[in-house]
Design a binder for this molecule. Structure first.
Ligand code: FPP
Length: 244
């Protein structure tokens, strides 16, 4: 039996006092409908503190969950998370295994009826070269997508085993199907065939590079060679350290 998603005030109650204050202030401005987050800096964060690299990734995920809670409260409709690129497979087998296990654990956790994803009414999609992932992880992906398929408040797209080539191919496919639709030829596949967004491309990308810039944020036109070319503005922040 699907559980009703939390109301706006219930979602705000899940934040601590300063998060509510900041969301209240930020919410007065223009809220982008779609934000992309590029996970970065987990290893540096761990090494700086003498922690295991795998623990850095776990802390990175925890920060992502916190940020997703803020996005839900702000009413952001779509979030794309660039979690693991094809290049990342070149890391040590132990690190890759730790990240894959973490992904599986978290995707399974999203299926629980009281998870952040279910409570916020978020649909989850996972895109990328999924054939490169283990059979177990592919099963976890199918399960979370099926479990959250009817959630309509927002969409979370997780990019796993992604490349810019995949992104560009998806964008071209979307353009071609839009063109065909406008010309009344054929029909667009539901869900856009696995591109990185639901409808609109991300307006803003945030990279958790953990680097410090004089103004605490840094506008950079090119955030990563692996990431979508559609993003119009990007910010590098240090969300691990974004604490009051
Ligand atoms: C980048 O930091 C992070 C990764 C390559 C992996 C991040 C993935 C997760 C935490 C799992 C996410 C799971 C879901 C379901 C969204 P880095 O290792 O490149 O850090 P560095 O720049 O310090 O080397």
């Amino acid at each position: 039996m699907p559980m009703a998603a939390a109301s706006a005030s219930e979602r705000a109650q899940q934040l601590c006092w300063w998060e509510r204050q900041v969301c209240g202030i930020v919410g007065v401005g223009t809220i982008p409908p779609h934000i992309a987050f590029i996970m970065d800096g987990n290893r540096r964060f761990a090494r700086d503190r003498g922690l295991e690299v795998a623990h850095g990734h776990r802390l990175g995920y925890e920060k992502l969950e916190q940020v997703l809670r803020w996005c839900g409260t702000l009413g952001i409709k779509a979030v794309t998370v660039y979690a693991f690129s094809l290049d990342n497979f070149r890391r040590s087998p132990d690190e890759v295994l730790a990240i894959m296990r973490l992904c599986g654990e978290k995707l399974r956790g999203m299926c629980h009826h009281d998870s952040l994803i279910r409570r916020h009414g978020i649909r989850v999609r996972v895109v990328g070269d999924l054939g490169r992932l283990s059979a177990d992880l592919q099963e976890d992906i199918l399960r979370v997508e099926a479990t959250t398929a009817h959630n309509a408040r927002a969409i979370l797209t997780v990019c796993l085993a992604y490349t810019s080539r995949h992104e560009i191919a998806q964008a071209v496919r979307r353009l071609a199907s839009r063109y065909a639709r406008e010309r009344g030829v054929g029909s667009e596949r539901r869900g856009g065939g696995g591109g990185s967004s639901c409808r609109a491309e991300p307006r803003l990308s945030v990279r958790s590079s953990q680097q410090h810039f004089p103004t605490s944020s840094h506008i950079s036109p090119r955030v990563s060679p692996h990431v979508s070319p559609h993003i119009s503005s990007s910010v590098c922040v240090s969300p691990h350290r974004f604490q009051f």
